[in-house]
Design a binder for this molecule. Structure first.
Ligand code: FAD
Length: 387
């Protein structure tokens, strides 16, 4: 049987970040197991690459601020440019009710130190994104240090930096179960290539994370949620530096990436097929109509069906990450349920979990609101509304 000090299940951006941060703190013999044949086969390869600190709860703002700090030195740390560009996130309110909710979020952000986030009147909104149709806009909020990142480059950076510190990544290796000791702790991870004896296990299995937790008898409330993205043909119609533009009313948002305009709008997912990642052509028509109505410059721009895609969010019940030792299995560590914010928060989550596993507590940030026991205690975070 091969052995490892820590086996990380999942080599997406979060698992890679955890493995790197453990190795950087001196852990040796860390192995990442991923059933994909190479990097990016999970949600990380399907993310659009937004980064924001405009959240409605203190802990999410703080996670973003820590992540941002780490993004600024990512290249020095890993040797790879994470593509962090400060294009900003522009949230648009259609009425006073929405504006009040955005303003309330901004109050939390300011209290956490995000002083550059500002409220906008309709004229400011038009200045920041002149492509928007006139009318129906009561105002908005904007943070100039929000913007974009390159998910696959971040993954590449953490994998490369981890490898230099001795992390082994085994692609094409599916974790299929655990061997448990009498006290309920994990002695080995069973895989498609044989068992790996371990001192500790990290569950970084993204939208699929509930199953590995179940092998240890841990109920992990993480469920997949399909997220679809429509892409126009390359058109150069909107500037690459346009802020991520989000309509608070229905969550419709758009950005420009590599010359294409990406259009997104949340949907409930496919009934009875939670892991389905097919693209629904009726949804593409719907989101295209919305885009053309709200951004007149897109009226004659075609969608490229081959460039549209879907992937999975890893939802937790309160839409906040779940971070720390699993209740009832002290050598299983959870870093799950980022609820669609996992790429932007990966630098922070990896850093914090390495602190927890090394020191027993996260020194950089109070992560009590993310503790895995909060659901059992009946003390979840408030579910974010618009932000
Ligand atoms: C359309 C879309 C847009 C998004 N946009 C953004 C965005 O703008 N910003 C942002 O921050 N986030 C965004 N996200 C969310 C983001 O992609 C995820 O939060 C993030 O990738 C989670 O990282 P992860 O490492 O946990 O998961 P993943 O990248 O999914 O990695 C999990 C890995 O676990 C492996 N695995 C699972 N089970 C097993 C097993 N039993 N054995 C071995 N391996 C296993 C999988 O193969 C996978 O590689 C978006 C997601 C989608 C779908």
């Amino acid at each position: 049987m091969t052995t490892a000090s820590v086996a990380v299940i999942g080599g997406g951006v979060i698992g890679a970040s955890v493995a790197y941060h453990l190795a950087a703190r001196g852990w040796r013999d860390v192995v990442v197991l991923d059933r994909g044949l190479g990097p990016g086969e999970g949600s990380t390869g399907r993310a659009t690459g937004g980064f924001r600190a405009q959240y409605a709860t203190p802990v999410n703002v703080r996670l973003s601020l820590l992540a941002r700090e780490k993004l600024c030195r990512f290249e020095a740390e890993t040797g790879v440019d994470p593509g962090y560009s400060r294009a900003g996130y522009l949230w648009i309110a259609a009425d006073e009710f929405e504006l009040a909710a955005l303003r309330e979020g901004q109050r939390v952000q300011h209290a956490e130190g995000l002083s550059e986030a500002v409220e906008l009147d309709p004229a400011d909104v038009a200045r920041l994104n002149p492509a928007l149709a006139e009318g129906g806009i009561a105002g908005g909020v904007f943070c100039p240090t929000d913007g974009f990142i390159r998910p696959l480059r971040m993954l590449e950076g953490y994998l490369a930096a981890g490898a230099r510190l001795g992390v082994r990544t085994e692609w094409g290796t599916e974790a299929t179960g655990f061997a448990l000791r009498r006290d309920g702790t994990i002695s080995a991870v069973l895989t498609s290539r044989g068992p790996v004896g371990v001192a500790a296990v990290v569950n970084a299995a993204g939208a699929w994370a509930a199953l590995p937790a179940e092998w240890a008898g841990v109920g992990l409330p993480v469920t997949p949620l399909r997220r679809q993205a429509a892409a126009t043909v390359p058109c150069g119609r909107l500037p690459e530096g346009m802020p991520m533009t989000i309509f608070a009313a229905d969550g419709f948002h758009l950005r420009v990436r590599d010359g294409r305009v990406l259009l997104l709008r949340p949907t409930p997912g496919r009934e009875g097929r939670p892991f389905d990642v097919s693209v629904d052509s009726a949804w593409v028509r719907e989101v295209t109509d919305i885009a053309r109505a709200r951004v007149p410059l897109l009226r004659d721009v075609e969608i490229d069906p081959a460039a549209c895609w879907a992937g999975l969010y890893e939802m937790s019940p309160d839409k906040h990450a779940i971070l720390g030792p699993a209740p009832g299995c002290p050598n299983l560590f959870l870093v799950n349920g980022s609820s669609g914010h996992g790429v932007m928060h990966a630098p922070a989550l990896g850093h914090l979990l390495a602190e927890i596993m090394s020191d027993g507590t996260a020194g950089s940030l109070d992560v009590t609101p993310l503790r895995p026991t909060r659901f059992l205690e009946g003390d979840p975070n408030p579910v974010p509304g618009l932000l």
